[in-house]
Design a protein around this ligand. Structure first.
Ligand code: PEP
Length: 252
């Protein structure tokens, strides 16, 4: 099996203005030298430019939390992939459950955004995950695999590095309730199997699949010990530099 470089991505949501972003990176950058995994931060749009200036040359990556699929046009309030390229952003989170829940994101818009991000060379971090009700009804795998399939409708990939998945059970996001490592592995293993049906075994082994949902320094090691978990998308615990450092350096 091919080794996948772990990725730890901080989803800052609607937190951290420009000054707070710069202060965070001033504290985090010296610590980052000891981390062998890949690190990415996804600040609000207004802090992207300042973050890009700050991380230049550090090897740390930058991501946005959303984008439109069109490259320009009359879409008031939206941000295009070309604007993200200009920053430059390496990643963009697509289909986060908060966007699906509060901003009418659908499997169809997720699919359009995934195609557009790949076209412009921005790696989408595609979020999928079931609600508590769906889990309790035993529908977890069918819901999640359906989201995966729809996100990838007519999506062509080259080498498996063109996209990342994040399995984020909705009931675990911001609640303090983390999925057990074996439950997370079960779903993430099933996602990889679906990817192997869609793109073949070799490419599926190269695609990184993250876990997200109440990740903390105390639970990351066990999650990372699972064979198919390749890192984490971290919300609340990514807002503090020391805490995020502890998560990203789980192996040390
Ligand atoms: C998220 O929103 O992507 C997330 C994982 O949040 P938290 O870590 O706060 O549960």
């Amino acid at each position: 099996m091919m080794a996948r470089t772990p990725l730890f991505a901080g989803n800052w949501k609607m937190h951290k203005n420009v000054k707070e972003t710069v202060d965070f990176l001033d504290a985090f950058l010296p610590m980052a030298k000891g981390i062998s995994s890949e690190i990415a931060f996804c600040p609000p749009f207004t802090s992207l430019w300042a973050a890009a200036e700050k991380i230049r040359g550090s090897g740390i990556k930058l991501g946005a939390q959303n984008m439109h699929w069109e490259d320009k046009g009359a879409f008031t309030g939206e941000i295009s992939p070309l604007m993200l390229k200009e920053i430059p952003c390496d990643y963009v989170i697509i289909g986060h459950s908060e966007r699906r829940q509060y901003f009418a994101e659908t499997d169809e818009t997720v699919n359009k955004k995934v195609k557009s991000a790949i076209k412009y060379g921005i790696t989408p971090i595609i979020c999928v995950g079931e609600s508590l009700e769906q889990r309790e009804k035993g529908k977890t795998l069918s819901v999640v695999l359906n989201q995966v399939e729809k996100a990838l409708f007519e999506v062509e990939i080259k080498d498996g590095c063109d996209l990342v998945f994040a399995y984020e059970p909705i009931w675990a996001i911001g609640t303090g309730k983390v999925a057990s490592p074996s439950d997370a592995q079960e779903v993430i293993g099933a996602i990889r199997k679906k990817l192997s049906q869609l793109y073949g075994e070799k490419l599926s082994q190269r695609i990184r699949i993250l876990y997200g949902g109440s990740v903390k320094p105390e639970n990351i090691k066990e999650l990372m010990a699972q064979p198919d978990i390749d890192g984490a998308l971290v919300g609340g615990a990514s807002l503090d530099a020391k805490t995020f450092y502890k998560i990203a350096s789980y192996e040390s």
